[in-house]
Design a binder for this molecule. Sequence first.
Ligand code: MG
Ligand code: MG
Ligand code: MG
Length: 308
Amino acid sequence: MSVYVFGHKNPDSDSIVGAIALSYLKNQIETEEYIPVKQGDISAETAFILEKFRYADKEPALKISVAGERVYLVDSTDKPHFQDDIDEATIVGIVDHHKLGDISTSTPLEAWIRPIGSSNTVIYEMYRYYGVAIPKEIAGMMMLAILSDTVIFKSPTCTKADTQAVKELAKIAGIEDYKQLAMEMFIAKSAVNGASARDLNTRDHKEFNMNGTKVGIGQLEMIDIALLEPYEDELLEDMKKMKEEGDLHTVLTLLTDIIKEGSKLLVVSDDISKIEDAFNVKLENNRAWLKGVLSRKKQVVPFIQSQF
Ligand code: MG
Ligand code: MG
Ligand code: MG
Protein backbone atom coordinates (compact mmCIF):
# COMPACT_ATOMS: atom_id res chain seq x y z
CA MET A 1 0.00 0.00 0.00
CA SER A 2 1.27 3.47 -0.87
CA VAL A 3 2.00 6.17 1.67
CA TYR A 4 0.86 9.71 0.87
CA VAL A 5 3.24 12.42 2.09
CA PHE A 6 1.97 15.96 2.56
CA GLY A 7 2.31 19.18 4.51
CA HIS A 8 -0.31 21.56 5.88
CA LYS A 9 -3.25 23.28 4.18
CA ASN A 10 -2.31 26.47 2.34
CA PRO A 11 0.92 24.72 1.52
CA ASP A 12 4.12 26.73 1.79
CA SER A 13 7.43 25.77 0.20
CA ASP A 14 8.51 23.79 3.27
CA SER A 15 5.35 21.64 2.92
CA ILE A 16 5.62 21.01 -0.83
CA VAL A 17 9.39 20.57 -1.05
CA GLY A 18 9.36 18.57 2.20
CA ALA A 19 6.81 16.13 0.74
CA ILE A 20 8.93 15.72 -2.42
CA ALA A 21 12.26 15.35 -0.56
CA LEU A 22 10.93 12.97 2.08
CA SER A 23 9.17 10.78 -0.52
CA TYR A 24 12.39 10.47 -2.54
CA LEU A 25 14.34 9.47 0.58
CA LYS A 26 11.75 6.89 1.66
CA ASN A 27 11.61 5.43 -1.83
CA GLN A 28 15.36 4.74 -1.60
CA ILE A 29 15.15 2.89 1.72
CA GLU A 30 11.70 1.27 1.90
CA THR A 31 9.67 -1.09 -0.26
CA GLU A 32 6.34 0.74 0.06
CA GLU A 33 5.83 3.52 -2.46
CA TYR A 34 5.80 7.07 -1.02
CA ILE A 35 3.86 9.65 -3.04
CA PRO A 36 4.16 13.41 -2.41
CA VAL A 37 0.81 15.22 -2.54
CA LYS A 38 -0.55 18.66 -1.59
CA GLN A 39 -3.67 19.99 0.13
CA GLY A 40 -4.10 23.10 -1.98
CA ASP A 41 -2.64 25.29 -4.71
CA ILE A 42 1.04 26.11 -4.51
CA SER A 43 2.18 29.70 -3.87
CA ALA A 44 4.07 31.97 -6.26
CA GLU A 45 7.14 31.32 -4.12
CA THR A 46 6.85 27.54 -4.47
CA ALA A 47 6.23 27.89 -8.22
CA PHE A 48 9.49 29.87 -8.41
CA ILE A 49 11.34 27.06 -6.60
CA LEU A 50 9.89 24.24 -8.73
CA GLU A 51 10.68 26.11 -11.94
CA LYS A 52 14.19 27.02 -10.87
CA PHE A 53 15.06 23.38 -10.24
CA ARG A 54 13.11 21.89 -13.18
CA TYR A 55 10.43 20.25 -11.07
CA ALA A 56 7.38 22.18 -12.35
CA ASP A 57 6.15 19.13 -14.31
CA LYS A 58 6.45 16.95 -11.18
CA GLU A 59 4.30 19.17 -8.93
CA PRO A 60 2.53 17.00 -6.33
CA ALA A 61 -1.13 16.20 -7.06
CA LEU A 62 -4.03 17.42 -4.92
CA LYS A 63 -5.22 15.09 -2.14
CA ILE A 64 -8.14 16.40 -0.11
CA SER A 65 -9.43 13.13 1.35
CA VAL A 66 -7.28 10.54 3.14
CA ALA A 67 -9.79 8.20 4.86
CA GLY A 68 -8.40 4.67 4.87
CA GLU A 69 -4.98 5.76 3.54
CA ARG A 70 -1.50 5.50 5.03
CA VAL A 71 -0.04 8.99 5.41
CA TYR A 72 3.16 10.78 6.50
CA LEU A 73 2.78 14.35 7.79
CA VAL A 74 5.23 17.17 7.12
CA ASP A 75 5.49 20.61 8.76
CA SER A 76 2.57 20.43 11.24
CA THR A 77 0.83 18.21 13.80
CA ASP A 78 -2.20 20.47 14.25
CA LYS A 79 -5.45 18.78 13.21
CA PRO A 80 -7.04 21.95 11.72
CA HIS A 81 -4.13 22.04 9.24
CA PHE A 82 -5.04 18.69 7.68
CA GLN A 83 -7.84 17.03 5.70
CA ASP A 84 -11.21 16.87 7.47
CA ASP A 85 -11.01 13.05 7.50
CA ILE A 86 -7.41 12.86 8.81
CA ASP A 87 -8.70 10.87 11.85
CA GLU A 88 -9.62 8.04 9.47
CA ALA A 89 -6.08 7.77 8.05
CA THR A 90 -3.16 5.79 9.50
CA ILE A 91 -0.31 8.17 10.30
CA VAL A 92 2.96 6.31 9.78
CA GLY A 93 5.27 9.22 10.52
CA ILE A 94 5.77 12.93 11.18
CA VAL A 95 8.51 15.40 10.27
CA ASP A 96 8.02 18.80 11.88
CA HIS A 97 9.54 21.84 13.57
CA HIS A 98 6.47 23.38 15.26
CA LYS A 99 4.86 23.03 18.68
CA LEU A 100 3.28 19.63 19.13
CA GLY A 101 -0.33 19.80 17.98
CA ASP A 102 -3.43 17.73 18.66
CA ILE A 103 -2.90 14.90 16.15
CA SER A 104 -2.95 11.50 17.82
CA THR A 105 -2.53 7.98 16.46
CA SER A 106 -3.77 4.48 17.27
CA THR A 107 -0.68 2.73 15.89
CA PRO A 108 3.08 3.22 16.43
CA LEU A 109 4.73 5.84 14.24
CA GLU A 110 8.11 7.44 13.63
CA ALA A 111 8.46 11.11 14.62
CA TRP A 112 11.26 13.44 13.58
CA ILE A 113 10.49 16.69 15.37
CA ARG A 114 13.10 19.30 16.23
CA PRO A 115 12.94 22.97 17.31
CA ILE A 116 14.86 24.24 14.28
CA GLY A 117 14.19 26.54 11.34
CA SER A 118 12.62 24.27 8.75
CA SER A 119 11.15 20.80 8.19
CA ASN A 120 13.56 20.51 5.28
CA THR A 121 16.50 20.79 7.67
CA VAL A 122 15.08 17.82 9.58
CA ILE A 123 14.73 15.94 6.28
CA TYR A 124 18.32 16.89 5.35
CA GLU A 125 19.44 15.28 8.62
CA MET A 126 17.37 12.17 7.80
CA TYR A 127 19.25 11.84 4.49
CA ARG A 128 22.51 11.96 6.43
CA TYR A 129 21.24 9.49 9.01
CA TYR A 130 20.32 6.96 6.30
CA GLY A 131 23.39 7.75 4.13
CA VAL A 132 21.31 8.55 1.04
CA ALA A 133 22.69 10.98 -1.59
CA ILE A 134 20.43 13.96 -2.33
CA PRO A 135 19.78 14.57 -6.06
CA LYS A 136 20.95 17.98 -7.27
CA GLU A 137 17.47 19.36 -8.02
CA ILE A 138 15.99 18.19 -4.72
CA ALA A 139 18.98 19.69 -2.86
CA GLY A 140 18.37 23.06 -4.53
CA MET A 141 14.69 23.02 -3.63
CA MET A 142 15.39 22.00 -0.02
CA MET A 143 17.95 24.82 0.23
CA LEU A 144 15.38 27.41 -0.86
CA ALA A 145 12.67 25.97 1.40
CA ILE A 146 15.00 26.39 4.38
CA LEU A 147 15.96 29.93 3.27
CA SER A 148 12.24 30.74 3.01
CA ASP A 149 11.29 29.36 6.44
CA THR A 150 14.28 31.03 8.13
CA VAL A 151 13.82 34.31 6.18
CA ILE A 152 17.38 34.02 4.87
CA PHE A 153 18.66 33.16 8.39
CA LYS A 154 17.09 36.27 9.99
CA SER A 155 14.26 34.47 11.77
CA PRO A 156 14.81 33.73 15.50
CA THR A 157 13.84 30.13 14.61
CA CYS A 158 17.04 29.75 12.57
CA THR A 159 19.71 27.50 14.10
CA LYS A 160 23.21 26.38 13.22
CA ALA A 161 21.68 23.18 11.84
CA ASP A 162 19.77 25.27 9.28
CA THR A 163 22.71 27.40 8.12
CA GLN A 164 24.87 24.29 7.89
CA ALA A 165 22.23 22.43 5.88
CA VAL A 166 21.84 25.36 3.46
CA LYS A 167 25.59 25.51 2.85
CA GLU A 168 25.83 21.77 2.17
CA LEU A 169 22.71 21.74 -0.02
CA ALA A 170 24.00 24.75 -2.01
CA LYS A 171 27.18 22.80 -2.76
CA ILE A 172 25.22 19.77 -3.95
CA ALA A 173 22.94 22.00 -6.07
CA GLY A 174 25.89 23.94 -7.49
CA ILE A 175 24.53 27.31 -6.33
CA GLU A 176 27.20 29.80 -5.31
CA ASP A 177 25.23 32.87 -4.30
CA TYR A 178 22.33 31.28 -2.45
CA LYS A 179 21.38 34.50 -0.66
CA GLN A 180 20.93 36.29 -3.97
CA LEU A 181 18.75 33.46 -5.25
CA ALA A 182 16.73 33.61 -2.00
CA MET A 183 16.17 37.35 -2.53
CA GLU A 184 14.82 36.60 -6.02
CA MET A 185 12.51 34.06 -4.39
CA PHE A 186 11.23 36.64 -1.87
CA ILE A 187 10.65 39.11 -4.71
CA ALA A 188 8.49 36.47 -6.45
CA LYS A 189 6.68 35.95 -3.14
CA SER A 190 6.06 39.70 -2.67
CA ALA A 191 3.97 40.14 -5.83
CA VAL A 192 0.58 41.64 -4.90
CA ASN A 193 -0.70 43.13 -8.15
CA GLY A 194 -4.08 41.77 -9.11
CA ALA A 195 -4.55 39.89 -5.82
CA SER A 196 -7.85 40.31 -3.95
CA ALA A 197 -7.98 41.02 -0.22
CA ARG A 198 -9.08 37.40 0.31
CA ASP A 199 -6.16 36.12 -1.77
CA LEU A 200 -3.74 38.08 0.39
CA ASN A 201 -5.40 37.21 3.71
CA THR A 202 -5.41 33.49 2.94
CA ARG A 203 -2.06 33.24 1.16
CA ASP A 204 -0.44 31.90 4.33
CA HIS A 205 -3.30 31.68 6.83
CA LYS A 206 -3.41 29.14 9.64
CA GLU A 207 -6.16 28.43 12.14
CA PHE A 208 -5.43 27.37 15.68
CA ASN A 209 -7.59 25.87 18.40
CA MET A 210 -6.43 27.64 21.56
CA ASN A 211 -8.13 25.92 24.50
CA GLY A 212 -11.39 25.77 22.59
CA THR A 213 -11.06 29.26 21.09
CA LYS A 214 -10.55 29.52 17.34
CA VAL A 215 -7.90 31.99 16.21
CA GLY A 216 -6.76 32.60 12.61
CA ILE A 217 -3.28 33.99 11.96
CA GLY A 218 -2.12 34.96 8.48
CA GLN A 219 1.28 36.18 7.41
CA LEU A 220 2.54 37.98 4.31
CA GLU A 221 6.32 38.05 4.09
CA MET A 222 7.36 40.95 1.87
CA ILE A 223 10.47 42.72 0.64
CA ASP A 224 8.68 46.02 1.40
CA ILE A 225 5.33 46.15 3.22
CA ALA A 226 4.76 49.76 2.09
CA LEU A 227 3.42 48.07 -1.07
CA LEU A 228 0.51 46.83 1.04
CA GLU A 229 -0.48 50.17 2.58
CA PRO A 230 -3.16 50.90 -0.04
CA TYR A 231 -4.67 47.46 0.68
CA GLU A 232 -4.76 47.59 4.49
CA ASP A 233 -8.36 48.84 4.93
CA GLU A 234 -9.60 46.23 2.48
CA LEU A 235 -7.60 43.52 4.24
CA LEU A 236 -9.21 44.47 7.58
CA GLU A 237 -12.70 44.51 6.04
CA ASP A 238 -12.11 41.04 4.62
CA MET A 239 -10.67 39.79 7.95
CA LYS A 240 -14.01 40.76 9.56
CA LYS A 241 -15.77 38.55 7.01
CA MET A 242 -13.33 35.68 7.58
CA LYS A 243 -13.96 35.98 11.32
CA GLU A 244 -17.73 35.64 10.83
CA GLU A 245 -17.52 32.90 8.20
CA GLY A 246 -15.13 30.80 10.26
CA ASP A 247 -16.75 31.58 13.63
CA LEU A 248 -13.36 32.77 14.88
CA HIS A 249 -12.66 34.78 18.04
CA THR A 250 -9.73 36.60 16.45
CA VAL A 251 -8.21 37.04 13.01
CA LEU A 252 -4.69 38.43 12.77
CA THR A 253 -2.67 39.23 9.68
CA LEU A 254 1.03 39.89 10.00
CA LEU A 255 2.54 42.07 7.30
CA THR A 256 6.14 41.04 7.72
CA ASP A 257 8.88 43.25 6.31
CA ILE A 258 11.93 41.05 5.88
CA ILE A 259 14.24 44.02 5.26
CA LYS A 260 13.03 46.24 8.14
CA GLU A 261 12.81 43.07 10.25
CA GLY A 262 9.44 43.51 11.88
CA SER A 263 5.73 42.99 11.30
CA LYS A 264 2.73 45.28 11.08
CA LEU A 265 -0.08 43.49 12.88
CA LEU A 266 -3.66 43.84 11.62
CA VAL A 267 -6.28 42.73 14.16
CA VAL A 268 -9.97 41.87 14.16
CA SER A 269 -11.05 40.38 17.50
CA ASP A 270 -13.90 39.89 19.98
CA ASP A 271 -11.47 41.12 22.62
CA ILE A 272 -8.81 43.51 21.35
CA SER A 273 -7.32 43.82 24.86
CA LYS A 274 -6.13 40.19 24.74
CA ILE A 275 -4.05 40.97 21.67
CA GLU A 276 -2.74 44.22 23.16
CA ASP A 277 -1.73 42.34 26.31
CA ALA A 278 -0.13 39.52 24.32
CA PHE A 279 2.33 41.93 22.71
CA ASN A 280 2.24 44.75 25.24
CA VAL A 281 1.18 47.28 22.59
CA LYS A 282 -1.70 49.71 22.02
CA LEU A 283 -3.52 49.12 18.76
CA GLU A 284 -4.24 52.15 16.61
CA ASN A 285 -6.93 51.66 13.98
CA ASN A 286 -6.60 47.88 14.52
CA ARG A 287 -2.90 48.08 13.72
CA ALA A 288 0.41 47.89 15.60
CA TRP A 289 4.06 47.65 14.58
CA LEU A 290 5.85 44.70 16.17
CA LYS A 291 9.55 45.42 15.96
CA GLY A 292 11.75 42.38 15.38
CA VAL A 293 8.80 40.02 14.90
CA LEU A 294 9.42 37.70 11.93
CA SER A 295 8.24 34.30 13.15
CA ARG A 296 4.59 33.38 13.64
CA LYS A 297 5.41 30.12 15.41
CA LYS A 298 7.94 31.54 17.83
CA GLN A 299 7.03 35.20 18.31
CA VAL A 300 3.26 35.25 17.80
CA VAL A 301 1.43 31.95 18.45
CA PRO A 302 2.80 31.35 22.01
CA PHE A 303 1.88 34.89 23.16
CA ILE A 304 -1.66 34.69 21.78
CA GLN A 305 -2.07 31.16 23.14
CA SER A 306 -1.11 32.36 26.63
CA GLN A 307 -4.15 34.71 26.57
CA PHE A 308 -6.62 31.83 26.21
MG1 MG B 1 4.92 25.66 6.95
MG1 MG C 1 8.15 24.90 8.03
MG1 MG D 1 6.43 30.33 6.93
